[in-house]
Design a protein around this ligand. Structure first.
Ligand SMILES: C[S@@+](CC[C@H](N)C(=O)[O-])C[C@H]1O[C@@H](n2cnc3c(N)ncnc32)[C@H](O)[C@@H]1O
Length: 317
């Protein structure tokens, strides 16, 4: 596993950048120029692609630089990224494993325009039958909450298309927020507007037939699909820069920024479907944002990292 502290993703060298985040260039030891970590100001209005880039950065930071935790072979041949979005992860993993062809699939053509030659972006629906004639050493999906209707079916396809000894790995955030309990100084499930808001979003996503919280369920689903050595790690993600540890303060600050920026996009479809008019929704979300910025709550939520291996032994399912 690569455990170096992440700086800016190598993709940043290649991708056209929008104006609202600022970057600076540094020289690396090898003499190449690479962009330093992006700086996002709390007032920055992010484009969706930039929000995904911010989330890619903060997740990688939380995982101490690792792009995956599955112990895949050091020279993989094929890697698949489901719902690749802008392709941040696919591009970084392609740079890390030049031996591999990395396929990034998404229903939307929102991928970066410049990328390494071993990346293939494909526009497709991962819930449709897969037509690949080859298998993958690693199948990865991140932040697909609300995107997938039938996870067991998706994982059955992933199992079929994983090489023997290969891995599937998923990274998903929880919708449940925890806040400081002043009496015990431990964390308890948040009550109040943040919990109310996140429940409404989760229920609304469910009403559309999608799974809003796959994180806690993926361990069981992977095992049911046939994967072995299924392992789950749960990482605390502070919401806000209130923590004692410097690296977690940075993760928390970026997490808060991504949430503050993303809640309108996350809420729009669900709230309008529930009959809210736009004005009432914006007033409500202003209260949610105000509460999110209350540092005394010392809020956190969870990042689930779940992976499983396809056994070398051929098992019939
Ligand atoms: C929240 S984004 C996460 C993107 C990326 N995995 C990341 O971590 O930055 C979810 C992505 O899943 C894509 N998506 C949703 N449903 C999909 C489907 N059925 N097949 C392929 N992609 C899908 C969306 O277009 C979107 O780009």
């Amino acid at each position: 596993m690569p455990e170096t502290r992440p700086s800016m993703s190598p993709r940043a060298l290649l991708a056209p950048r929008k104006a609202s985040s600022s970057t600076s260039t540094t020289r690396t030891g090898g003499g190449t120029t690479r962009l330093a970590k992006p700086t996002f100001s709390p007032t920055t209005k992010l484009y969706e692609g930039e929000r995904l880039e911010l989330i890619h950065h903060l997740v990688t930071l939380r995982l101490n630089g690792a792009l995956h935790l599955a112990p895949i072979s050091p020279q993989p041949h094929r890697i698949l990224d489901l719902g690749t979005g802008t392709g941040n992860w696919a591009v970084d993993v392609a740079v890390k494993y030049p031996s591999a062809t990395v396929h990034g699939i998404d229903v939307s053509p929102t991928q970066v325009e410049s990328y390494p030659p071993n990346v293939r972006f494909e526009i497709d629906d991962v819930e449709e039958p897969w037509t690949y004639t080859y298998s993958f050493n690693l199948i990865h999906g991140r932040y697909l909450a609300g995107a997938i209707k039938d996870w067991p079916r998706l994982l059955a396809q992933a199992y079929r298309q994983t090489t023997y000894g290969g891995w599937a790995e998923f990274h998903e955030f929880d919708m449940e927020f925890l806040a400081e309990n002043p009496e015990t100084r431990g964390k308890i499930r948040e009550t109040g507007i943040i919990d109310e808001w996140s429940r409404q979003i989760a229920d609304g996503i469910r009403d559309y037939g999608y799974e809003p919280e796959p994180g806690p369920k993926l361990r069981e689903w992977l095992a049911e699909a046939g994967f072995v050595d299924v392992t789950q790690d749960v990482f605390t993600m502070p919401v806000g820069d209130w923590g004692r540890q410097e690296d977690l303060r940075e993760v928390g600050g970026l997490t808060l920024m991504a949430l503050l920026d993303g809640i309108t996009a996350m809420s729009l479809r669900v709230f309008t479907a529930k009959g809210w008019n736009l004005e009432s929704m914006h007033v409500y979300l202003a209260h949610v944002r105000k509460s999110l910025q209350d540092r005394t709550k010392m809020r956190e939520h969870k990042l689930y990292v779940i992976r499983g291996r396809k056994s070398h032994l051929k098992v019939r399912h």
